[in-house]
Design a protein around this ligand. Structure first.
Ligand code: AP5
Length: 228
């Protein structure tokens, strides 16, 4: 990673469910001017479609998601290929929640070769499990604009009401304890091996995810600029 690189940045965000990837993605997009692609957000947006508009693969994907399981690689990859223009964004890109398995990472490598692009870094956010569980259990999301809050660390001004659009704040379906358990297992089994995968490619930057979002963002910037 070149020290002091201005932009565009081409980055992958890695980390357990609830570690704060989406929150950092928002700050990184504002700070670095990158374009974000969150596979989780794309699947959640599909929930708003009429049943008749959903392909069988997408219907099945929403079921996997509800249970906390990973969506099959073939479905994820066809969805990413439909959005390959995001990789060409002149401001760079930020992949949040993709890749999540080694086959997905290998497919991304191929896409990048095809597009003549290279990753700058993979940001791996790390946090002890008890803090992750508390971030997940307190998360609330606006049903309309999808803004993310936390009941104690990022509360809305009026309880249960979105500051931006007045929408209702709800708990995500997959933040229920039984789905969280499955998501953590899926992370340990399928996604954690990516840490080794990217370490071998010399792309991994490990970022401690303790502290306030702004502090973690500053830590990320420093890591991107090659500072200790
Ligand atoms: P996805 O949407 O990617 O979810 P995830 O990885 O489980 O991550 P989360 O969105 O739960 O958490 P986050 O790390 O973004 O944390 P956040 O910033 O919200 O995927 C969901 C599902 O989609 C998957 O389970 C799977 O089924 C499917 N899927 C998606 N992509 C897939 C793929 N590539 N392959 C297969 N399946 C796929 O923060 C959490 C909470 O903490 C918030 O309340 C926030 O306000 C709070 N918080 C954040 N930072 C801090 C801080 N520094 N201090 C205190 N609180 C904080």
């Amino acid at each position: 990673m070149p020290a002091g690189k201005d932009r565009p940045y081409r980055l992958v965000l890695l980390g357990a469910p609830g570690v704060g990837k989406g929150t950092q993605a928002e700050l990184l997009c504002q700070g670095l001017g990158t374009c974000q692609l969150s596979t989780g957000d794309v699947f959640r947006a599909a929930k708003c479609l009429e049943a008749s508009e959903l392909s069988p693969a997408l219907k099945q994907a929403l079921e996997f998601m509800r249970r906390g399981e990973l969506v099959p690689d073939t479905t994820v990859l066809s969805m990413v290929r439909e959005r390959v223009h995001c990789l060409r964004c002149p401001g760079g890109f930020l992949l949040d929640g993709f890749p999540r398995t080694v086959p997905q990472a290998e497919a991304l490598d191929q896409l990048l070769v095809q597009e003549k692009l290279r990753l700058d870094a993979v940001l791996s956010y790390e946090l002890p499990i008890d803090q992750i569980v508390s971030r997940l259990s307190g998360r609330r999301t606006c049903e309309k604009c999808k803004a993310v809050y936390h009941v104690t660390t990022r509360p809305s001004k009026q309880e249960g009401v979105c500051d931006h659009c007045g929408g209702r704040l709800l708990q995500r379906e997959d933040d229920r304890p039984e789905s969280v358990r499955v998501r953590m297992q899926a992370y340990a089994h399928s996604t954690a091996p990516l840490i080794d995968y990217y370490q071998r490619k010399n792309l991994l930057l490990a970022i401690p995810a303790e502290g306030a979002p702004e502090e973690i963002f500053q830590r990320t910037r420093a890591a991107l600029n090659g500072q200790p």
